[in-house]
Design a binder for this molecule. Structure first.
Ligand SMILES: Cc1ncc(COP(=O)(O)O)c(C=O)c1O
Length: 391
């Protein structure tokens, strides 16, 4: 079994998380728990497959073979009860790339695109950078739990003639794993109003006990026909730098639109090493993932206990999935600016401030718990500094 307790030095590896503080206007030496990659090596099966391919020494343009498709079909069938077909697949160098391609190919400049805030900030950026308009269906936050305001969801669609909805499932940063009723509820409204759904399911493999991730597209044949499902092995197996995601588009017309947009951007063959890593991970990485999930659950329990004992003013929004934890600091009664400053200057931490995810993130911070527990413990101990008297 992999030891997730091992400390790895990621400094001087061109890591965005560890080596790019000054580029982001941050002081050196902050303990980084922000960007969503993990401080764990990928499973051995992936490293071995990459090493073997490296030894061949020729890295020309490449296409996936039948074994690749087989690995994908098997993964989604056994893990998520979803039967995918080879012809549905579009490979992109990332999920955000796919969001942008979908936005450009399925809407016009000036059109409105629906998102559910607070949400992963590239959802805003992808819409705005492509000269479309963000329309928000804010999630409801009550008693430490986020739910969907269905009435507002439909109202925003009708009011703004929404053609495209970006669904985040499981949801980053609030950690919700949407139920069948919630997904079906949103799907029915989208179906009724002719809204295409881009379903970002990159966190699908990270679900805590008692919850089950459901692929939105798998719930109804009609949903399948109106949905672009964004998946990737990159969060699950810590492969973000290999830039490979698998986008499933069962509807031929939608698929052709997105392919045409990809052609306009000049992207064709996927990253060879991404393909190799993905195949190996989906074929043989399952047991490693189970161990990882058990470790992350331990980290989550650690955070919960730590906060209850040493920082009770900070509320953990109990996540149902993802390794990104959403913390409510409003109990400290600090402004966002002051909170951000204390986190950086007193606690020495680099977290993602809640407002990055929309104004609904006021008073929140997002923290990445996919690191050895000793690092997490150090980070939380540093965090207690923000609540000391001399603040
Ligand atoms: C919801 C969500 N979508 C997409 C991504 C990034 O995907 P990619 O690196 O494939 O663009 C992330 C990374 O944190 C994410 O949380």
């Amino acid at each position: 079994m992999a030891s997730f307790d091992t400390l790895w030095n990621r400094k001087n590896t061109n890591s965005l998380k560890y080596d790019c503080a000054s580029r982001y206007g941050k002081p050196e030496g902050l303990l980084p728990l922000w960007v969503a990659d993990m401080d764990f090596p990928s499973p051995d099966c992936v490293i071995q497959a990459l090493e073997e391919r490296c030894r061949h020494g020729i890295f020309g343009y490449s296409e996936p073979d039948e074994r690749y498709f087989q690995a994908l079909r098997q993964w989604f069938s056994t893990r998520h009860g979803w039967e995918v077909e080879n012809s549905w697949l579009i490979k992109t160098p990332g999920v955000v790339f796919a969001l942008c391609a979908a936005i450009r190919s399925l809407t016009e400049p000036g059109d409105a695109v629906l998102i559910q805030t607070p949400v992963y900030y590239p959802f805003f950026e992808s819409v705005q950078a492509n000269d479309r308009r963000v329309v928000k269906n804010s999630l409801l936050y009550r008693d430490g739990m986020y739910t969907i305001d269905f009435e507002d969801f439909e109202h925003q669609i009708v009011q703004n003639q929404i053609k495209l909805f970006l669904l985040c499932s499981p949801h980053n940063p609030v950690g919700r794993v949407w139920t069948k009723e919630e997904l079906t509820g949103m799907g029915e409204i989208c179906l009724k109003h002719g809204v295409t759904v881009v379903s970002d399911e990159i966190h699908a493999d990270f679900v805590y006990p008692g919850h089950r991730h459901l692929m939105f597209s798998s719930l109804r044949p009609e949903f399948q026909q109106m949905t672009i499902t964004c998946t990737a092995p990159t969060k699950t197996f810590n492969l973000a730098g290999l830039q490979l995601s698998n986008i499933f588009v069962p509807n031929q017309t939608l698929r052709h639109s997105i392919r045409a947009e990809m052609q306009r951007t000049g992207y064709s063959q996927a990253n060879l090493m991404g393909l190799i890593a993905c195949r190996a991970a989906y074929e043989s990485g399952g047991p490693w993932l189970e161990d990882l999930k058990a470790y992350l659950l331990g980290n989550l329990n650690f955070v919960r206990d730590f906060l209850a004992e040493k920082l009770p003013q900070v509320r953990l929004i109990e996540p149902q999935g993802t390794y990104l934890i959403w913390l409510d600091f409003s109990g400290l009664g600090l402004s966002n600016d002051k909170l951000n400053r204390l986190i950086e200057e007193k606690a020495g931490l680099w977290l993602d401030p809640g407002t990055m995810f929309g104004e609904e993130g006021n008073g929140f911070q997002r923290i990445n718990i996919a690191c050895p527990r000793s690092i997490l413990q150090k980070a939380l101990e540093q965090l207690t500094q923000i609540a000391t008297k001399e603040v």
